[in-house]
Design a protein around this ligand. Structure first.
Ligand code: FAD
Length: 479
């Protein structure tokens, strides 16, 4: 219960109150001074952020360019899935959504490598039990987060509202619909092509922004379920067809289908012999390419040509920008701040971790937005940069190295080390299963371990030749 004592300052004739309050009233006062917020983008980060902020008592308005994905044609769209792992799960756990989401996920225990001649080999993600990644429907996850956010009083979604700019002088957000609203606290969760980032670029002195695109793009394809809804390839794996300069991957869906993603150069290199999207101009060329490169997958893809020519070819880019905030009024997060290529399966996980980290800073600094925003960038930017660069490196690992025998021996050795020693984590495990470890530390230690283990595995034929105690003692010296 609050106790107020009246004090009179005789010198200045002011009356003021010393208020002794229990902690919950203090929290309410903090909430009240930042109580109305706007989020641009009701994607994965924006919808999760709405839940976190609503739980802190904020009134949240979300403006989303697309229509509500839970209704109409959008709800019947293509099924696209993604890998959810521990950092993302930790952020969902904080708002009680982890179990609900994982119930709709398929565990993927390792990478199933498909060779050009159709042999398969499973490389487990970890030697420890319970360390795996989860295939989850992107739309299903986004819809669940929206529905959860809507349960909170004060959360409102505004669909088909594409933000076109933010005037930092008048605090006015403008929309393609002609709408204009004032908001002096805006979270920009509007993805890789962020309009808010572009607004900051135009108006904030010293703002730096760069998008680096790979020469490769991607196309989503499908392996449908068997007649009885069965999985036509191993259900509990992330499938990879590594082909050096390009690759295809496939993740399972609950209905027995797999969403495949073909990563391929966008354009042919002059004088080069590598395949590219621009060469696959007709069905004959497409089938000839698939018969040559993905012979075991082709018979499982009856709608290949239809999907290939109907689905868009996506670009793959990394966004670098700074500062992520201005004036304590606007903050970029998720892909808007640090989009990355998808080869570590961490873009969403990192965006969810952003939301979790932001919430911890609100807890710590209360209503001091300028401090919260600058601390957020100080903490998150080096980590985002670390996972962005690891994601690019992983592209080369997945398409080239995964098929290399030395790399495969190194993965076997890492699995063995994880089975035997509790304190050993491969780089992949540190990134994927250690939400307690910053991405930047996972990168530093992971790269040092990788270099050492590749050296150890180079000259041997089989990891049984190694003295495992000697290996772990060398690894421990890197810590
Ligand atoms: P988004 O999910 O892009 O959401 C942005 C939202 O803002 C969208 O709803 C959009 O419609 C809306 N919007 C955009 N502009 C405006 C505007 N001007 N006004 C209003 N609304 C706007 N990550 C993983 O963790 N695991 C994976 O397995 C994985 N696989 C991937 C595979 C591919 C092929 C790609 C391209 C990415 C993958 N990612 C993966 C990355 C992941 O998709 C992103 O990191 C994640 O979606 C980022 O969330 P976000 O909310 O910041 O952005």
């Amino acid at each position: 219960m609050a106790v107020a004592k009246c004090k009179i300052d005789h010198r200045h004739r002011n009356i003021y109150y010393v208020i002794y309050v229990p902690i919950w009233v203090k929290i309410y006062v903090v909430k009240n001074s930042m109580s109305k917020v706007t989020i641009i983008g009701a994607g994965l980060a924006g919808s999760l952020l709405a839940i976190y902020l609503a739980k802190r008592g904020f009134a949240v308005d979300l403006f989303e360019a697309r229509e509500d994905m839970r209704v109409g044609d959008a709800a019947r769209g293509r099924s696209i899935n993604m890998a959810l792992s521990d950092r993302g799960i930790a952020a969902l756990r904080e708002v009680g959504m982890d179990e609900y989401i994982l119930d709709a996920a398929i565990p993927m225990l390792g990478r199933m490598i498909h060779t050009p001649t159709g042999e398969t080999k499973l490389l487990p993600y970890s030697g420890r039990k319970g360390e795996y990644i989860n295939s989850i429907s992107r739309a299903g996850l986004n819809a669940a987060l929206m529905t959860e956010a809507e349960k909170h009083r004060g959360v409102s979604f505004h669909f088909k509202e594409q933000c076109t700019g933010y005037d930092l002088v008048s605090s006015e957000l403008s929309f393609a619909s002609g709408k204009a609203i004032k908001s002096d606290l805006v979270f920009a969760a509007d993805g890789a092509g962020s309009a808010l980032r572009q607004a900051l670029d135009k108006t904030v002195e010293g703002f730096e922004s760069r998008s680096d695109f790979l020469e490769h793009g991607y196309k989503e394809l499908v392996i449908p379920p068997g007649q009885d809804g069965s999985f036509l390839i191993e259900k509990n794996a992330l499938h990879i067809w590594p082909r050096h300069k390009f690759m295809m991957i496939a993740l399972p869906n609950l209905d027995g289908s797999f969403t495949c993603t073909l990563f391929l150069a966008l354009k042919a290199i002059e004088g080069g012999s590598e395949p590219s999207f621009d060469q696959l101009t007709d069905e004959a060329k497409l089938y000839e390419f698939f018969e040559r490169e993905f012979a075991d997958a082709l018979p499982l893809m009856p709608t290949l040509a239809k999907d290939f020519y109907a689905n868009p070819t996506g670009m793959l880019g990394t966004v670098h920008c700074s500062p992520w905030h201005s004036d304590g009024r606007v903050l970029l997060l998720g892909d808007a701040a640090h989009a990355m290529v998808p080869f570590y399966g961490q873009g969403m996980n990192c965006a969810f971790e952003d939301v979790h980290a932001l919430d911890s800073l609100i807890e710590k600094y209360g209503a001091d937005r300028s401090v919260i925003f600058s601390e957020f960038e100080k903490e998150r930017l080096p980590n985002a940069a670390a996972i962005q660069s690891m994601a690019i490196e992983n592209f080369y690992e997945m398409r080239d190295k995964v098929a290399d025998p030395v790399f495969q021996r190194k993965r076997e050795l890492e699995t063995r080390l994880e089975q035997v020693y509790d304190d050993y984590f491969s780089k992949y495990s540190m990134v994927t299963f250690r939400e307690d470890l910053a991405y930047s530390e996972a990168k530093r230690l992971g790269n040092a371990q990788d270099e050492l283990l590749m050296k150890i595995c180079g000259p041997i034929e089989n990891i049984a030749e190694l003295d495992i105690e000697d290996v772990i003692s060398k690894v421990r010296k890197l810590q």
